[in-house]
Design a protein around this ligand. Structure first.
Ligand code: SF4
Length: 886
């Protein structure tokens, strides 16, 4: 029986899906897609669907702590205020910094920015969104005069051609992928092109996949610009009346991309494929070019994005429905942060810190005389300054830079040596929280109250359905109370998120430059109940409804003269080049079911079942040359001096010469797999965004004398395991382990590992000579733990064993088969879980095809439900169907 129902917004990606949360009186939390939310119309991906599994209190930070000792909020504020004020007094305001997060709500962001820039008087506040989309901000500003995303999600349904550049939409923005796939089903004439060095799950739905040489995107789009002009495909009227700079952009593009052969060669593509792309682009009026981290995370990301925007400006394909250059943002509120000045070089409400008039407006509005007058340190520079001890105190909010930053080991060392580190977070054990002098318990999704803005400028409410646990407070509350403690009571009087939102929206209209599009004045003076009931709305909104769609439909942009700017692009090669020592290009990215550093998705058994450990994808030919075996372990090293240990996966989806390693694994879930530690600190000179997509690295086999796994209701303290990766199951933990050093006697060691006490039920098999060891522990007749060790990787599949952990007791047949690790003949082994929503395994899907006669993904769904809920697994089901039917 549902006792309450709350409409809120998914906290993961920038799609910003609306969800309905139903709370039941037995404590169950059900999360469904909100059918009325215009971003997703009821759809959710696997991550959103599993949100209900992540709202428990395990591993929550519940009380303020100083050096690990629980304290009151007053003691914590007093300590922070004393330290921050002391350092500011002695060294000036630039000796302190805030590092904030795209996970924070707009209201949190606004007050953090106001405190640092307005009252502490430094602009040393930057956000982890710097790592994923600051190049977009810079590129839109260069082209349009303002950070304005000129597209809407329904453009994906109106487009006749969708170009997806550097975007694995199927996994990173799954609901938008679902919308694209649906558009294709309804409109078979819709063409989809993917531009990506990897053949991703998104490429599988495309009509043309361009596996570009890493880093060559600007050459490809410069080539398109040249080709469009030569083919007479310019929109002359639009270019003449609404833009500046076309000539210089064309001349520059000519230098790098004068003809098709030159482009094809530089990009590693066939001439035919390049021509096909250019023809389709030229001959299709409604083109949306989507770009994401594959373009943004580059040492020349800003230029790459402007090379894309140039093509839309040349053809006038902007400001009308079904077209435009469309950035898909990574984080749930990266956009909100951009709006309120979360970046070190911005002020709130799209005003600029290096603009004296803007500074005057903001200072007047905030009633402050200490507004920062120059840009602060961007994320990478900020941690460099901490390392140099120029920044002596930092407050990190809702983010985990020890995992997510490039050269992450250096960041870790810098924080370890920093004079004063404050971390506010909802969990108590992230790699960063562990380094804090003061830990502040923050509320999290389900408890928070405020707004977020998604990739299409749509502001939605995050509403609470749970009360704050322990002494946890909202980020805006913590910042407000600290500001009051520091003596800024009059400027920080807030009692609710609604009051902060109201101040922010009034600032967007205060002495506003008429060219600026960010205007939320229509949302000012809302009552608390109006704020609570606020419906998703896209800005600009000068009345109670959004006013103008599409953006820039009048051909007038946000620049002083109203004209968009072409940018002359000289393509740059990625900073790091392969060498004999580091012969591979290392690319990083996401997996389907995890998010960022796994602090939330790692709590979900469903999400943890898809990819259970860190891995490297490598082309089979490269693997052969480097003597790497599928399923064994690899050691990857880079110029940073760090090394990681990950599982080897061979795949022809990966280009020869390139490696792909996911970004998620951290010290809580793996022994040593933080890929950020391998990424050299190279940034885009304009945006400061790091080049996460192009490091150089070496790989070699990581010799192990034994391999194994443990499935246990306990968390064993591992010894001898050079490699381990942990994932959460339903009522158990799963460990994949391997090592070089071998315990003298596995039988003795396993009992210690699993805390087996004398007299407990314990079954084991040990062939010491061959290094085979298998054991199972039962507690009160229930399976408690299994451990399997072998000298090779030929261990039994884990899926059937895992299923036994859902039973209160095992049958005689199951007990007899237990240490073989394979199910009795009459029990079905479903294989690796593919559909997280309905727990459908690979073997079940293959059976649906081979025995059930399913010929496509839909038929598989009809037979076994796989892929029929969130749809995130549909690309994998399609791949399995293809494999089975040939
Ligand atoms: Fe959440 Fe998935 Fe929607 Fe992103 S696509 S907002 S992760 S449900």
């Amino acid at each position: 029986m549902s006792i309450s129902s709350t409409k809120t917004t998914c906290p993961y990606c920038g799609v910003g899906c609306g969800v309905v949360v139903n709370m039941f009186d037995n404590g169950r939390v059900e999360v469904l897609g909100d059918p009325d939310h215009p971003s997703n119309y009821g759809r959710l991906c696997s991550k959103g669907s599993a949100l209900g599994e992540t709202v428990h209190l395990a591993e929550r930070l519940l009380y303020p702590e100083i050096h690990g000792e629980q304290v009151s909020w007053e003691q914590a504020y007093s300590e922070i205020a004393k330290k921050f004020s002391g350092i500011i007094k002695q060294y000036g305001p630039d000796a302190v910094a805030f590092y904030v997060s795209g996970q924070m709500l707009t209201e949190d962001y606004y007050v953090a920015n106001k405190l640092m820039k307005g009252f502490i008087g430094s602009a040393n506040i930057d956000t982890n969104s710097r790592l994923c989309m600051s190049s977009v901000v810079a590129a839109y500003k260069r082209a349009f005069g303002e950070d304005v995303v000129p597209c809407n999600y329904d453009d994906l349904e109106r487009a006749q051609l969708i170009v997806l550049a550097g975007s694995n939409t199927a996994w990173c923005h799954p609901v938008l992928y679902q919308r694209i796939v649906r558009s294709k089903e309804l409109n078979p004439d819709l063409k989809i092109i993917t531009i990506d060095p990897r053949r991703t799950q998104t490429s599988d739905v495309s009509d043309l996949h361009l596996p570009v040489r890493p880093g060559s995107d600007a050459i490809l789009f410069n080539g398109l610009l040249v080709w469009l002009q030569a083919a007479g495909e310019m929109d002359l009227h639009f270019v003449e009346t609404s833009t500046n700079g076309v000539q210089q952009a064309l001349e520059s593009a000519q230098q790098s991309s004068a003809d098709i052969n030159m482009v094809a060669q530089a990009c590693g593509l066939s001439v035919d494929d390049v021509l096909q792309f250019y023809h389709w682009f030229a001959r299709t009026e409604r083109v949306v070019t989507v770009f994401s981290q594959g373009i943004n995370m580059s040492s020349s990301g800003v230029d790459k994005i402007n090379s894309i925007i140039n093509c839309h400006l040349l053809t006038g394909r902007i400001g009308r429905k079904g077209m435009g250059p469309f950035s898909f943002t990574g984080q749930p509120n990266a956009m909100g942060g951009r709006e309120v000045g979360g970046l070190a070089n911005q002020l709130a409400a799209h005003m600029e810190i290096d603009n004296a008039v803007h500074r005057e407006i903001v200072a007047e509005f905030w009633q402050t005389s200490t507004l920062a007058s120059k840009a602060g340190f961007k994320a990478i520079d900020c941690f460099d300054e901490i390392e140099k001890k120029n920044i002596k105190a930092i407050w990190i909010m809702a983010t985990n830079p020890v995992v997510s930053m490039p050269d992450a080991n250096r960041v870790k060392a810098a924080l370890e040596n920093c004079e004063f580190v404050v971390v506010s977070d909802c969990v108590n054990n992230t790699d960063t929280v562990r380094l804090a002098d003061v830990r502040l318990p923050a509320t999290t999704w389900g408890e928070r109250d405020g707004t977020v803005t998604n990739s299409e400028r749509r502001i939605s409410r995050q509403r609470p359905f749970l009360s704050a646990p322990g002494l946890a407070k909202h980020d805006w509350q913590i910042i407000t109370e600290l500001a009051q403690f520091m003596g800024y009571k009059a400027a920080f009087p807030y009692r609710s998120a609604a009051e902060i939102f109201d101040e922010y929206v009034r600032l967007t209209a205060y002495k506003k430059d008429p060219h600026r599009q960010l205007d939320l004045s229509g949302l000012s003076d809302m009552s608390l109940s109006e704020y609570n009931a606020m419906q998703p709305v896209q800005w600009p909104v000068t009345g109670r409804q959004a006013d103008k769609l599409p953006m820039y439909s009048d051909g007038k942009f946000s620049t002083a003269d109203g004209r968009a700017r072409f940018i002359a692009i000289t393509p740059q090669s990625p900073a790091a080049t392969v060498s004999q020592q580091f012969p591979f290009i290392l690319n990083t990215g996401r997996v389907r079911d995890h998010w960022h550093t796994m602090t939330r998705t790692g709590m979900s058994p469903r999400l943890s079942a898809h990819d259970i450990e860190p891995f490297v994808e490598i082309h089979p030919e490269d693997a052969r040359r480097f003597e790497l075996v599928d399923g064994k372990l690899a050691q990857i090293s880079s110029e940073t001096g760090a090394e990681i240990f990950v599982r080897i996966r061979l795949t022809e989806r990966q280009q020869s010469g390139s490696l792909f390693v996911p970004m998620h694994w951290n010290l809580q879930f793996s022994a040593q797999a933080r890929v950020g530690s391998l990424i050299q600190t190279v940034v885009d000179p304009i945006s400061g965004q790091p080049e996460f997509k192009h490091a150089v690295a070496n790989i070699k086999a990581c010799d192990s004398s034994w391999y194994g796994f443990i499935i246990s209701r306990q968390k064993p303290v591992l010894k001898y395991s050079r490699y381990w990766a942990r994932s959460r199951g339903k009522g158990f933990w799963r460990y994949e382990i391997a090592g070089q050093e071998t315990p003298e006697n596995w039988a003795t060691h396993a009992r210690t590992l699993l805390n087996v006490e004398a007299g407990e039920e314990w079954a084991e098999f040990y062939d010491k000579a061959d290094g085979h060891y298998r054991a199972a522990r039962f507690v009160a007749g229930r399976l408690d733990s299994v451990i399997f060790i072998d000298s090779s990787i030929l261990l039994p599949p884990r899926d059937w064993l895992i299923s036994l952990f859902q039973k209160d007791s095992l049958s005689a047949k199951e007990r007899a088969a237990l240490l073989q690790g394979t199910p009795p003949a009459d029990v079905e082994d479903v294989g690796k879980i593919i559909c997280a929503c309905f727990n459908v395994g690979e073997k079940t899907i293959r059976k649906a095809v081979m025995e059930g006669g399913a010929k496509d993904t839909q038929a598989v769904g009809e037979l076994c439900q796989a892929g029929t809920n969130c749809g995130s697994c549909r690309p994998e089901i399609t791949e399995l169907v293809k494999q089975c039917v040939g």
